[in-house]
Design a protein around this ligand. Structure first.
Ligand code: SME
Length: 155
């Protein structure tokens, strides 16, 4: 079992290491933020097949749904609400191993079991968040945080 987990973790790291330069190339020559978010969401989804992968942008004091891959989702999230609103408020990545244990988690879809939210910060301000949901509990760890923060920094 331990061996199996190590192999899975290594596999994940390898996938991110392959993905990172691909994403860098994808976004390098495009200055439109929404176009880049669309391709990043698609690239992550193609690589990992997560249940839901996408962005919310900060617009007029709310998070508003932006490019994503997966089932339809809540369109607006208030500051400090849910995992996304909390990552925005705190300006840091939040990993939720079990969404049922996160107070105020917003269930856009009941199949979601664990989640990671990475803020996109520019000039000290959160401009958007990347939200990834898995239908498995405990799907995200430090490897995801490190690589997803690098991917988001490319935007
Ligand atoms: N679960 C998120 C809401 C967004 S959806 O899952 C796509 C949250 O608690 O912020």
């Amino acid at each position: 079992m331990a061996e199996e987990l190590r192999i899975q973790a290594g596999d994940k790291r390898e996938k991110y290491e392959t993905l990172l330069p691909q994403v860098a190339a994808l976004v390098a020559n495009e200055r439109d933020e929404i176009a880049n978010m669309a391709n990043v969401a698609a690239a992550l989804w193609q690589t990992f097949g997560f249940f839901w992968t996408g962005f919310y942008r900060v617009i007029e004091g709310e998070l508003v749904l932006a490019p994503f891959q997966g089932p339809i989702a809540c369109t607006r999230i208030a500051y400090g609400k849910g995992v996304c609103g909390t990552a925005w408020k705190e300006g840091r990545t939040i990993i939720v191993p079990d969404v049922e244990l996160f107070p105020g988690h917003i269930a856009c879809n009941s199949a979601s079991r664990s989640e990671i939210v990475v803020p996109l910060i520019k000039a000290g301000q959160v401009k958007a968040v990347l939200d990834i949901d898995s239908d498995r509990p405990d799907a995200f760890d430090e490897t995801d945080r490190i690589f997803l923060e690098q991917i988001v920094a490319l935007l």
